[in-house]
Design a protein around this ligand. Sequence first.
Ligand code: RUB
Length: 316
Amino acid sequence: SNPQLHPDIEETAAKIASMEIRGAATIAAAAATALRTQAIECTAATPQDFESTLRAAARRLHTTRPTAVSLPNALRYVLRRMAGETVGTLRAGVINAADEFVDRLDRAQADLGAVGANRLRDGDTVMTHCHSTDALACIETAVDQGKSISAIVKETRPRNQGHITARELREMGVDVTLIVDSAARRYLNAVDHVIVGADSIAADGSVINKIGTSGLAVNARDRGTPVMAAAQTIKLHPDTLTGHTVEIEMRDEREVIDSETRDSIGDITVDNPAFDVTPPRYVDAIITERGQFPPESIVTLMRELFGESVDEPWEE
Ligand code: RUB
């Protein structure tokens, strides 16, 4: 723990780790907002102290969850704009960057929603997995355009984020059917599009998203049902341009079984990976605020946005 850090940093980090704050876009916005608070409240007397406090805050936020690249991309966006000769200009740089980041996030989601909605026709049925604000933006825009949409919503064990999706779709006026994850294949014949979000998109077009996405995509391909991944460009993982793979978060076994069940089963291993990797050949389109892309061509957009080098401005 670092005594200079504002309590909001620790609180935001704890909420991201416990998933009270969750979903790649929401995590990114919360991290940028926490850095903004740190900048406003920072009592550092020198520009050096200010910068190192902000970097320490970013490091703390960075260690919470490893898979959603929107988190480091948010920290990068804000810290790169921390420039100037005085504490005042550094502070203003961080505040403006955080505001701009959150604003761009909102606009990107709205623009992406319009791109994704073009693929949906009146009367279509979609299948969802987990809870993705980018995926929901596509459906909401289609509904706003007057299209009638139905949804088959997978509950998404072990954390049941499908319940959040079911409620939000119902509030949009979508006709919702909730199913257990293992029932997905049975319903795919009646589905026009599988729509998922992403925590990261790799340079080869692989989609890293909630565990179960890859099995769903393989089943959808077998049935001829198109799969779209709604992912604004902060989900593009720049490290993968140089061959890095995306770390898959492993979570606590207590999300899977309670301690009583654990005791009655006895000495076994319980694994709880939070995400998986869907190869590009099972994904029909990646929907971004810059348009829709076949997964194999996403690398061109990544090079344009990130170049080949990725810095880690939170390191000293
Ligand atoms: C959430 C998840 C979502 C993506 C995209 O996982 O996999 O599909 O984060 O969400 P978790 P969004 O619940 O473990 O955070 O489109 O809102 O960024």
